[in-house]
Design a protein around this ligand. Structure first.
Ligand code: ARG
Length: 458
């Protein structure tokens, strides 16, 4: 069955049918398509195209189709052009001629926009909950080791000491913003397009607000051409998904390194790692590597949709059928990766002595010393130079920060005071960073409390 054909004298080429059909992938929209069509039937009732009995008949037939669609065999052998066509064919098989009225004043151009919006809204809600779950797990592993000291890195070189929860809270901030971005994308998605017709607005005086209310949309779109032409609501989602994946990928990269023998900071659970078919000793962080790997596919989906839409003349063009696969792909990878990341975080154990040793045996205290000199009146540039020389000298003679005594320090440069020897312990320097946003133990404990309250409760 086709939703068009009167104007044609010859049949469609089989190759063209296969090439242009979208049922293989847009079948995922079936429940959205049915929900939308039920609301549309009620709208047709309100404008007098359908009687109340007809509306009821259509609505319950749609329910039956939705039920039937749960069977795996439902799509078997279907050759319909797309999911919208299939649903109408099924309707026709159930209610006969009455089905011919369902498409009155409606175009697939607005229908496809509606379906993607309905589908995406549910996916975003699910992804938001998964981000919230991840935030909860991050907070748990942050609070589990409140005093653990790790070297913070820049250029992957030991830079300054920070508390483990401070490091984890950095990711908490990133994922909190991802949650907001998903929420913002949802607001753009949550606008009701029906009534737009193919591009010029429907020829029937639908109460669009009533359709929006029926389907739980916050508002209605304002321009019918915009509806047929644009997919920026999907791009907003793909961007939000991409940034979330970017953050997941960086967390994955960190923990792949931190759980390696070279770092030895943490142990990932057996349940999220795999062995080697050849090397019996291996315990590989495949879960994290796959999260990192899948992020590339999500960024690819964002680029793909950008490319699809960028050169299209107003309004709808069939190119736009290519919008769905990137959206499905990104949503699937995003949600899978979020769930995986949560399980990895829950499984991970920190071995605090290793990062503490890494901090102690390096010069992460150098900045603390230079700042102490500056607090005592030495201009910072001179202080920087003095400590730089101290590090150079120590490296030359193989001396660690903890090997220095107060007397030796003062002897090295008169600007040092005996009390400054305390700063050779990284914890002392961290205590000077008690401003909001810093790694001072008090600041971090306040940040942890605040984070607890900031986890979104749905
Ligand atoms: N399957 C089509 C799509 O996803 C539905 C819209 C078809 N509209 C059209 N004018 N051919 O874009």
């Amino acid at each position: 069955m086709k939703l068009w054909g009167g104007r044609f004298e010859e049949g469609t080429s089989e190759i063209f049918e296969q090439f242009s059909g979208s049922l293989d992938f847009d079948k995922r929209l079936i429940s959205a398509d049915i929900r939308g069509s039920q609301a549309f039937a009620r709208a047709l009732g309100r404008v007098g195209i359908l009687t109340e009995t007809e509306v009821q008949q259509l609505v319950s037939s749609f329910d039956a189709i939705a039920e039937e669609a749960k069977q795996p065999s439902f799509f078997e052998g279907a050759t319909d052009e797309d999911v919208h066509t299939l649903v109408i064919r099924k309707l026709k098989e159930t209610v006969g001629g009455l089905a011919d009225k369902i498409h009155t004043g409606r175009s697939r151009n607005e229908q496809v926009s509606l379906d993607i919006r309905l589908w995406l809204r549910d996916e975003i809600d699910a992804a938001k909950s998964e981000v919230a779950e991840l935030l909860r797990s991050l907070l748990a592993i942050a609070s589990k080791y409140p005093d653990a000291v790790i070297p913070g890195y820049t250029h992957l070189r030991r830079a300054q000491a920070v508390l483990w929860p401070h490091y984890i809270l950095a990711y908490f901030e990133m994922f909190s913003r991802d949650y907001e971005r998903l929420e913002q994308a949802r607001a753009r998605v949550n606008v009701m397009p029906l009534g737009s017709g193919a591009l010029a607005g429907s020829g029937f005086p639908f109460d669009r607000d009533a359709i929006a209310a029926d389907l739980g949309f916050a508002s209605v779109t304002r321009n019918s051409m915009d509806v047929s032409a644009d997919r920026d609501f999907a791009l907003d989602f793909l961007y939000a998904a991409s940034v979330t994946m970017l953050h997941l990928s960086r967390l994955a990269e960190d923990w792949i390194l931190y759980s390696s023998e070279e770092f030895g900071w943490m142990e990932l659970g057996d349940g999220v790692t795999s062995g080697s078919s050849l090397m019996p000793q291996k315990k590989n962080p495949d879960s994290l590597e796959l999260i990192r790997g899948k992020s590339g596919r999500v960024f690819g989906s964002l680029s793909a949709l950008f490319m699809t839409v960028k050169g299209l003349p107003m309004t709808y063009n069939r190119d736009m059928q290519e919008d769905k696969e990137p959206v499905f792909e990104a949503a699937g990878q995003l949600r899978g990766s979020l769930r995986m990341a949560k399980v990895v975080v829950d499984s991970a154990k920190l071995n605090p002595s290793r990062p503490a040793a890494a901090a102690a045996e390096s010069w992460v205290v150098a900045t603390d010393l230079a700042e102490a000199l500056a607090r005592n009146g030495t201009p910072f540039h001179s202080a920087h130079k003095i400590v730089g020389r101290l590090v150079l000298e120590s490296t030359r003679i193989g001396k660690l920060p903890s090997d220095w005594t107060a007397t030796e320090l003062v002897a090295f440069a008169p600007e040092f005071t005996p009390q400054m020897i305390e700063l050779m312990n990284p914890l002392a320097g961290m205590r000077t960073r008690e401003l909001p946003g810093g790694t001072g133990p008090q600041s971090v404990s306040t940040a942890l409390d605040e984070a607890e309250r900031r986890i979104p409760h749905e």
